[in-house]
Design a protein around this ligand. Structure first.
Ligand code: ADP
Ligand code: MG
Ligand code: MG
Length: 905
């Protein structure tokens, strides 16, 4: 026989592991990779001495072998047989032995918990003969277990689906006039089993297998196959989980449905909602497997079980506590009691809300269970956002009426309104309304703005409603598909009820939950454990955290959130204010330098006052102020509107001042318009050709600095030139602006508390690769990753995101891009440029400035993205800057990055 290398390799390998044969002292991560999450938990529980039914595991890698070769590795079948032998010996039971039968569950379990994998098959090994015998003692249980097994084998292993079997159940209940499964008696269950067998043959054209080996091999294959099921593959792609395979665990069944002295339950060692240090669990007597979660009957709270069966409850509490002490993290466990004997069937680190994650981390730190760094790493930075919006109180008892996609975070209460125009009317009467629509369209925008929240029945996370809501910071739920919205009659049906115009509803854009009536909403607040957690993060992070903010209000919010200064203040935002725009336009359309300077002189005091306010709120913290960046025509009125108005006047033969003005403005627009404004006359290019604009801004800054410092507040000012590509652009401009600024200060006899700094925004690839030269002329660098990404990819963001970028990421298999480079820094391209720039820039600065370290920050979107921050930490930046509401996220992200870097990750 032809034997390939792989086969030889496997023949000598141990392929199947009894729980107690696994080295449970290995790190959990390694155990999970080998034996899956479920398997790892089981072997660890066994080694801790917890009561676990006997069993064995087939490691993940043989699932991969199966996926690749369509067959089992040589030796696996023999080793499964051996393991079955051992299992029979250990448990004292035998497959197929009617007097003492062994029954098992077959469970899948990947290294990371993920949906889409095979559901567990329970009671494998069951036959009619066994059921018959078991029925002598406990007929109901015996026949129920038998029919359950037939159904789950057909459904899960053979892929028939549940429906044909559920129909038989339902029919039987109806015939016998019974409401729930529990009311069906032993004879009826037996009858159902017979009908199930017949159905099985009908559906699959073969007899139901009665040989345990046939059943077992089919079930193991089904576990292996489920790894590549459509759902599993889709989930792996979404969560970026690698192709690691799933393990298969085979273990002796214990019966929670044996009698009233049996039962099954689940527990969290602390509250997964708010993290309170109190076991939170439920127990259902005389039930098996997932009956608790399925909600067949109302389970007993574990607190109440303490009173009803204190000994059992104590045992459960003790073991749960042991598990938590051992794992040093909150656990989520499954357990079953068989005729009074307790078994643990699963344990894993519990999923939890962000509130709970923070509280558990801080509590466990205080309990001495974990150290500070571990506590920091216990809260994923992306989850911090959840704590910064209004949300439904974790204590809220009301159940949601339906659920949709969590499109934009925040919780709000308001009157349901089905018409955008009604929303605007009611807003005028100071009513709070939630706009309920099938979907929204651009013309609904004013109505959306008038609402406190949006709820739609259609659409996904990128639909109009979702995008607009996120853009204007409005809580929104979209695609709540169970809602039947009737816009004409202003009503919405949900499963079990209906609401109409004017009814109060609540939505939580974070969870996607919709409630009828008012729910308790909690305000975001940095206090208690959250404040303590953020302080802890500050202790470990080495990157500074600043903010991108242009108004005093934004700066104040950012400081409240922990910002250490401004990393980017866009001065053009100040130009856009309503009272300013006419003056700006006057400046832009000026035909002579004198006219322009006159217009600028009008703008200067306004800009100065803005700076004073911002400096005062900053209270001595550093401020990077960017001089005007966008092309001038962006400030002019809309070209199309002007053209339409002008054409109308002309057609009507009207000759007036307005027509002249329009003609002039249209000509100016033509003059200034560019084919590719993003790459055009803007930033330092504009500064160099029209230095009078920057000079006005410098004068405003100097006057503001002096005024603020004279009022006793220090100013640490960093002046930033945008869009630098060539060192000479900097040399020339700084050569003009620096003496000008110094002159203003010296004329007034003012010595600033901090020397002025002149730096550049790095957002052009050429600047990155010539950083050494630029750094000789610049005191600091700050990366603008949005423009840098656009320029590096030659992507115009506004165009590509709407056209093909999502295809690149989501549609092509394999994908062309794994992430959107505008959301997560493109490490290989943009990241590489950043590394070169930092290295060369630091060298240039040190060479010409006596070893001085060039200060480098980042103010693009990546500055608020934890995934990018990990890279920026390695690239040795000094600070990140992000929008005010992302500041806490960046603080946590930076702490994670510092600790991971220290651990060499
Ligand atoms: P999931 O991946 O959905 O958690 P599980 O493998 O945990 O699936 O199994 C589903 C249900 O069956 C759980 O309630 C579990 O406790 C129960 N179960 C699994 N194996 C056994 C067993 N050997 N004896 C009794 N109940 C079991
Ligand atoms: Mg489970
Ligand atoms: Mg830019």
């Amino acid at each position: 026989m032809f034997v390939n290398k792989k086969m030889v390799h496997f023949m000598s390998e141990k392929l199947v592991w009894m729980f107690e044969e696994v080295d449970a002292t290995l790190p959990t991560k390694e155990l999970k990779l080998m034996y899956g999450g479920k398997g790892a938990g089981l072997v660890q529980m066994v080694s801790m001495g917890l009561p676990v039914p006997e069993g064995f595991i087939i490691p993940c890698k043989y699932c991969l072998y199966y996926a690749e070769n369509g067959s089992w590795p040589e030796g696996l079948e023999e080793q499964v047989d051996e393991a079955v032998q051992k299992l029979q010996e250990k448990s004292g039971r035998t497959f197929g032995d009617v007097d003492n039968p062994l029954l098992v569950s077959v469970r899948s379990g990947a290294p990371e918990s993920m949906p889409g994998m095979m559901d567990t098959v329970l009671n494998l090994g069951m036959t009619k003969e066994i059921a018959e015998k078991l029925a002598e003692n406990n007929p109901r249980w015996a026949w129920d277990s038998w029919r359950r097994f037939i159904m789950s084998f057909a459904d899960i292993v053979m892929g028939t689906g549940r429906k044909p079997f559920d129909e038989i159940m339902d029919q039987m209940k109806e015939e016998k006039g019974k409401k729930t499964d529990i009311e069906l008696d032993a004879d009826e269950m037996k009858e159902i089993g017979e009908l199930f067998l017949a159905k099985y043959t009908e559906l699959l054209n073969e007899e139901f297998p009665t040989n345990y080996r046939v059943q077992l091999i089919a079930a193991i294959n089904a576990v292996f196959k489920s790894w590549d099921s459509e759902r599993a593959v889709a989930y792996r792609k979404m969560e970026k989980i690698g192709n690691l395979g799933t393990a298969c665990t085979i273990m002796r069944m214990v019966f929670g449905n044996m009698n009233d002295n049996s039962g099954t339950g689940v527990l969290f060692t602390r509250s997964a909602m708010d993290g309170e240090n109190k076991i939170d669990g439920e127990f259902l007597a005389n039930a098996q497997g997932e009956d608790v979660v399925a909600g067949v009957r109302t389970p007993t709270n574990l607190e109440d079980l303490k009173e009803e069966r204190s000994e059992l409850a104590d045992e459960i509490y003790n073991l749960a506590h042991n598990l938590e002490q051992n794992y040093k993290d909150m656990q989520d466990c499954e357990f079953t009691v068989e005729d009074g004997k307790l078994y643990f069937l699963q344990t894993r680190n519990a999923k939890r809300t962000a509130t709970a994650a923070v509280k558990v981390a801080i509590d466990m730190l205080h309990e001495g269970l974990i150290d500070e760094k571990t506590a920091v790493l216990r809260v994923p930075p992306e989850r911090i956002d959840e704590l910064l919006h209004k949300r439904v109180s974790p204590k809220e008892k009301q159940k949601p009426i339906t659920k949709g996609f969590n499109a934009s975070p925040g919780a709000v209460v308001g009157k349901a309104i089905f018409d955008p125009k009604r929303a605007i009317d009611l807003k005028k009467q100071n009513e709070k309304v939630i706009l309920v629509r099938k979907e929204t369209k651009p013309e609904d925008f004013p109505g959306m703005q008038a609402s406190v929240g949006i709820l739609t029945s259609r659409g996904g996370k990128t639909c109009h409603a979702a995008v607009v809501a996120r853009g204007i910071g409005l809580p929104a739920i979209v695609g709540a598909g169970e809602l039947e919205i009737d816009e004409d009659n202003a009503t919405a049906k949900y499963p079990g009820g209906e609401f109409a115009e004017g009814d109060i509803i609540s939505i939580d854009g974070l969870s996607g939950n919709v409630y009828l009536g008012e729910v308790q909403v909690v305000e975001p607040e940095i206090a208690g454990e959250f404040a303590e957690y953020l302080d802890l993060c500050d202790k470990y992070r080495t990157l500074g955290v600043r903010t991108n903010a242009d108004t005093p209000q934004m700066v104040a919010n950012a400081i409240k959130n922990g910002a250490e200064g401004i990393g980017l203040c866009r001065t053009e935002r100040m130009f856009n204010a309503k009272d300013r725009l006419p003056k700006v336009v006057k400046m832009i359309v000026a035909e002579t330098l004198e006219e322009r300077i006159a217009a600028l002189d009008e703008l200067k005091p306004l800009q100065r006052d803005d700076f004073v306010e911002i400096f005062k709120v900053l209270d001595g913290r550093p401020a990077t102020i960017r001089l005007l960046d966008p092309p001038l025509h962006e400030f002019l009125p809309n070209y199309k509107n002007m053209l339409v108005e002008f054409t109308e006047l002309r057609v009507q033969g009207i000759e007036n001042e307005r027509r002249d003005e329009l003609e002039f403005m249209l000509r100016k627009y033509e003059e200034l318009k560019e084919e590719n404004a993003m790459l055009g006359h803007r930033g330092v290019r504009l500064g160099n050709t029209n230095p009078e604009i920057y000079k006005m801004q410098i004068a405003a800054l100097m006057e503001a600095l002096m005024e603020t410092e004279n009022d006793g507040v220090q100013v640490e000012l960093e002046i930033m030139l945008p869009l630098v590509a060539h060192v000479n652009e900097v040399t020339r401009l700084v050569g003009i602006l620096k003496p000008y600024a110094e002159q203003i200060l010296s004329d007034a006899g003012h010595t600033p508390t901090h020397p002025l700094k002149w730096g550049t925004m790095i957002e052009v690839p050429r600047a990155c690769v010539t950083a050494e030269a630029i750094a000789k002329e610049a005191d600091f660098f700050s990366f603008g990753t949005n423009d840098l990404t656009q320029a590096t990819f030659a992507f115009s963001r506004d165009d590509v995101e709407g056209k093909f970028l999502l295809k690149y990421i989501n549609e092509f298999v394999p994908p062309i891009l794994v992430d959107n480079p505008f959301e997560h820094l493109d490490i290989d391209g943009v990241g590489r440029l950043i590394q070169i720039c930092v290295k060369e820039g630091r060298k240039g600065r040190a060479d010409t400035h006596d070893g001085e370290r060039l200060k480098v920050g980042i103010c693009g979107e990546a500055g608020g993205d934890p995934q990018s921050i990990v890279f920026l930490q390695k690239a040795d930046l000094d600070y990140v800057s992000c929008s005010p509401f992302r500041v806490p996220v960046a603080r946590v992200g930076a702490a994670h990055a510092a600790i991971l870097a220290e651990q060499g990750k």
